[in-house]
Write a protein that binds this ligand. Structure first.
Ligand SMILES: CC(=O)N[C@H]1[C@@H](OP(=O)(O)OP(=O)(O)OC[C@H]2O[C@@H](n3ccc(=O)[nH]c3=O)[C@H](O)[C@@H]2O)O[C@H](CO)[C@@H](O)[C@@H]1O
Ligand SMILES: C=C(OP(=O)(O)O)C(=O)O
Length: 422
C-alpha cells in the first residue's frame, strides 16, 4: 500500500487548480441511465471513486469512456443489459445507491445491494427508499439487496424528507424526472451538487424548479435526451487547499474557487485570522498576521459548515491560540483523525459528537494512519505544518477524493512524496 511522506515547515505559495466535484460527478454519472442518448460530462475529476462508478455503470451495460486523460466522461445507456448493482461494487462506495432511482424510473425494476456502514458511522439509506416508495415503487429487502419494482412507472408525489439528505434528494430528483405528474420534494438538500445535478437534468430536458432551496418541484416528462454538462468545482477540495496556506503561513490562490460554494467555511477562516479574497481567477488565501485564533465550528447541511471539511479544520485549529470546539452533527463517528493528530502532538478531547481542541505552538511529525477520505487529507495538512517528517499510510482513502495531491502541493513548495508499495 502506498504511503505519503511529508517534511513539514515550508510556507506554501503559488496556485492550485481545483478539480470538478467528486460528489457532483457521482450523482451526474447515473443520469445516463435515464436516457438513450449520450451524456458528456466535462471537468470530471480523476479519482478512484469515479472509476468505481464507471465500473458499476458498465456492469449494467452502459458504455462509459474516459477521454482527455479522464477529464471528460462520455456515457451512453442505449443498451442496458442488467438492473442489478452488485455488492462487490456497492460495498466499495456508498454513492452506488444512486443508480436505484434512475433504474426504477426508466426500466421499472432494480436490484441494488445495500451499502452497509462505513468508518464515519451507520449511514442508512431509509430516506432514499421512503422517497421512492412515495412515488409508487414497491420495495423489498432480501439477502442484502433492495429489490425494487414500478411496473406501471413511477408517479409524482409530495414527499417531505424527515431529515436533510444529499444522497436521498439526488436519488429522488433523478427518479422524479421520468415519473408521471408532479413531484414536490420538501426539506430537500440545498448543496451545490444538487444544483449542479438539476442543471444537468434540465439540459437533458427535465422540468425542475427550486434547486438550491428546500423545496424542489419536478414535472415528470416521458423521455430525456442527451446533454453536455460541466461538473461544478469541488468545494471540498477547494476548502482543503485553502487550508494549506492557512496552516503553513503562505499565500495560495485556489484557481476556480468561489466564495458562494463555501459561505460558512469562509466565515470561520476569517474568524480564525485568515483572509480570503475572491479574484477573477479564484480564491486567494493568506494569514492576516501572526498566530491563528481558536474558533467554534458546528457541522450542518449547506449553507452551513460542511462535515467534509471538519477534519481539515481540526488540523488547522490544533495550532491556533486558545481552545476550539468542533461539533459534528451529521455523522455519528467522524473524529477518527483526532487520535492520529494527537500522535503529532495535538491536544484534543473527544466526547460524543464534540471535540475540544486546545492549540499547541507546533505539531511534530509522526507516522500516522488514514482512516477515511477527509481524515487522510487532514493528516497531510497537519504534516505540512509540523516539524519534521510525517508518513501517512493507507492513502487509498485519499485517492478516492483527491487527484494529484503531491503535484498540487509540491508545486507550491511542499516537501511531499508518494512512496509506492511494489
Ligand atoms: C457521495 C456524496 O455525495 N457524499 C456526501 C453526501 O453523503 P450522503 O448523501 O451519504 O449523506 P446524507 O446527506 O445522506 O447524510 C446526512 C445524514 O442523514 C443520514 N441519512 C441519510 C440517508 C438516509 O437514507 N438515512 C439517513 O439517516 C446519514 O446517516 C447522515 O447522518 O453528503 C454528506 C453530507 O454532506 C457528505 O459528507 C458526503 O461526502
Ligand atoms: C464522506 C464522503 O464520501 P462518501 O459519501 O462517498 O463516503 C466524502 O466525500 O467526504
Amino acid at each position: 500500500m502506498d504511503q505519503i511522506m511529508i517534511r513539514g515547515g515550508a510556507p506554501l505559495t503559488g496556485e492550485i487548480p481545483i478539480a470538478g466535484a467528486k460528489n457532483a460527478c457521482l450523482a451526474l454519472m447515473p443520469a445516463t441511465l435515464l436516457t438513450d442518448e449520450p451524456l458528456t460530462l466535462t471537468n470530471a475529476p480523476r479519482l478512484s471513486d469515479i472509476r468505481t462508478m464507471t465500473t458499476l455503470l458498465q456492469s449494467l451495460g452502459a458504455e462509459v469512456s474516459a477521454l482527455h486523460r479522464g477529464k471528460v466522461l462520455a456515457l451512453s445507456s442505449h443498451r442496458l443489459t442488467s438492473h442489478r448493482a452488485d455488492y462487490d461494487i456497492v460495498r466499495k462506495m456508498r454513492a452506488s445507491i444512486l443508480v436505484l432511482g434512475p433504474l426504477l424510473a426508466r426500466h421499472g425494476q432494480a436490484e441494488v445491494s445495500l451499502p452497509g456502514g462505513c468508518a464515519i458511522g451507520a449511514r442508512p439509506v431509509d430516506l432514499h427508499l421512503q422517497a421512492l416508495e412515495a412515488m409508487g415503487a414497491r420495495l423489498e429487502l432480501r439477502e442484502g439487496y433492495v429489490h425494487a419494482e414500478a411496473p406501471g412507472g413511477l408517479k409524482g408525489a409530495v414527499f417531505e424528507f424527515p431529515k436533510v439528505s444529499v444522497g436521498a434528494t439526488e436519488n429522488a430528483l433523478l427518479a422524479a424526472t421520468l415519473a408521471k405528474g408532479t413531484t414536490v420534494l420538501k426539506n430537500a438538500a440545498r448543496e451545490p451538487e444538487i444544483v449542479d445535478l438539476a442543471r444537468c437534468l434540465r439540459a437533458m430536458g427535465a422540468r425542475i424548479e427550486g434547486e438550491g432551496t428546500g423545496t424542489i418541484t419536478i414535472e415528470g416528462v416521458t423521455a430525456l435526451g442527451g446533454a453536455t454538462h460541466r461538473v461544478v468545482t469541488d468545494r471540498i477540495e477547494l476548502g482543503t487547499y485553502m487550508l494549506a496556506p492557512a496552516i503553513t503561513g503562505g499565500d495560495v490562490t485556489c484557481l476556480g474557487g468561489r466564495l458562494d460554494l463555501l459561505p460558512a467555511f469562509a466565515e470561520k477562516l476569517d474568524a480564525a485570522g485568515i483572509t480570503v479574497e475572491e479574484t477573477d481567477r479564484g480564491l486567494r488565501v493568506a494569514r492576516k498576521n501572526g498566530r491563528l485564533s481558536a474558533v467554534d465550528v458546528t457541522t450542518e447541511p449547506f449553507p452551513g459548515f460542511p462535515t467534509d471539511l471538519q477534519a481539515q479544520m481540526m488540523a488547522l485549529l490544533c495550532t491556533a491560540e486558545g481552545t476550539s470546539r468542533l461539533e459534528e452533527t451529521i455523522f455519528e463517528n467522524r473524529f477518527m483523525h483526532a487520535p492520529e493528530l494527537v500522535r503529532m502532538g495535538a491536544r484534543i478531547d473527544v466526547s460524543g459528537g464534540t471535540a475540544t481542541v486546545t492549540g499547541v505552538g507546533r505539531l511534530k511529525g509522526a507516522p500516522v494512519m488514514a482512516t477515511d477520505l477527509r481524515a487522510s487529507v487532514s493528516l497531510i495538512l497537519a504534516g505540512l505544518a509540523a516539524e519534521g517528517e510525517t508518513v501517512v499510510s493507507r492513502v487509498y482513502h485519499l485517492d478516492r477524493g483527491y487527484e494529484k495531491v503531491e503535484q498540487k502541493l509540491g508545486a507550491c513548495g511542499a516537501h511531499i512524496e508518494r512512496m509506492s508499495a511494489e
